[in-house]
Design a protein around this ligand. Structure first.
Ligand SMILES: Nc1nc(=O)c2c([nH]1)NC[C@@H]1CN(c3ccc(C(=O)N[C@@H](CCC(=O)O)C(=O)O)cc3)CN21
Ligand SMILES: CC(C)C(=O)C(=O)O
Ligand SMILES: [Mg+2]
Length: 256
């Protein structure tokens, strides 16, 4: 049984939590899919495994290349691809072109883009009308890092209302799900209760309809201490140890 956007909405109604993680290549995607992850996001956070400081330098070409590789590894999960910075904000035409390339060239089922009311509502409505499933993303939007920083959003009454209203506007525009990043848990609860579509949280508390994390953070591959992830295993240590063991055995002529 493959995961569809309708399935995610049904799971919200049934109270079954949605499990989402990011992937950037075939090997990782194949492992996550086989382990039963419901939604695989080809996130622009792959910046971390490509050695960029922020998500801003990632290009549409890089996303397409990695998304194709991810798609080849996935049999069951829904594959969603981030539209990178300035490949959708310029005009509806630009967004349509970028999202169209993602669906045509990669075989992914949906795109995600950052932002809410008013800037992105019309764009999302037009993409959805054209048959492109769109996932929203509000709260902390890392493509706006030079305006927002990386601080929690929606801490005041006023900004909390703004984020709630953005989420409502995005649902009306037709998104099938919405990422809530780095907002207070009580605000995420209010949004989750208000919307019929599922909320997928990252740093947004336990009340969301699902959770998403950056896989390199979960696996202990990221160099920096991850902001939201629980580090379930430390692959940096595992890999370092294996490589050092190999180097030693080669130098001592014990291998092969
Ligand atoms: N590997 C990785 N994991 C992520 O979760 C992630 C990325 N990359 N890249 C895109 C964004 C950036 N993210 C981040 C990064 C740092 C903080 C953080 O440290 N926030 C501090 C404040 C820091 C500041 O003000 O400069 C906080 O206490 O909120 C939050 C979100 C989340 N996203
Ligand atoms: C953390 C998620 C929501 C994301 O946008 C990404 O990985 O790029
Ligand atoms: Mg992203």
């Amino acid at each position: 049984m493959v995961v569809t956007t309708q399935q995610l909405i049904q799971w919200k109604q049934q109270g079954r939590s949605i499990v989402a993680l990011t992937a950037w290549d075939y090997a990782i995607a194949q492992l996550l899919d086989a382990a039963g992850v419901d939604l695989i996001l080809v996130g622009d956070s792959m910046a971390v495994v490509l050695g960029y400081e922020t998500t801003l330098p990632i290009t549409l070409e890089e996303m397409l290349y990695h998304a194709k590789s991810v798609r080849r590894g996935v049999k069951r999960a829904l594959v969603v691809v981030d539209l990178p910075f300035l490949t959708y904000q310029e005009s509806i035409q630009q967004a349509m072109h970028s999202a169209g390339l993602v669906l045509k060239e990669t075989g992914a089922q949906a795109v995600k883009l950052e932002g809410g009311y008013p800037a992105m509502v019309e764009t999302i409505a037009r993409l959805v009308q054209a048959g492109i499933p769109v996932m929203g993303h509000v709260g902390l939007t890392p493509q706006s890092v030079h305006q927002l920083g990386l601080r929690q959003q929606g801490k005041t009454q006023e900004t909390a209302e703004r984020i709630l209203n953005e989420a409502i506007a995005l649902e009306q525009a037709g998104v099938f799900a919405i990422v809530l990043e780095h907002i207070p848990a009580e605000l995420a609860l209010r949004i989750t209760q208000k919307l019929s579509i599922p909320t997928i949280g990252i740093g947004a508390g336990i009340h969301c309809n699902g959770q998403v994390l950056v896989t390199s953070d979960v696996l202990g591959l990221s160099e920096k201490h991850p902001p939201f992830a629980k580090v379930y295993t430390n692959l940096r240590e595992t890999i370092t140890k294996a490589v050092q063991d190999y180097a030693l055995e080669v130098r001592e002529q014990k291998f092969p």
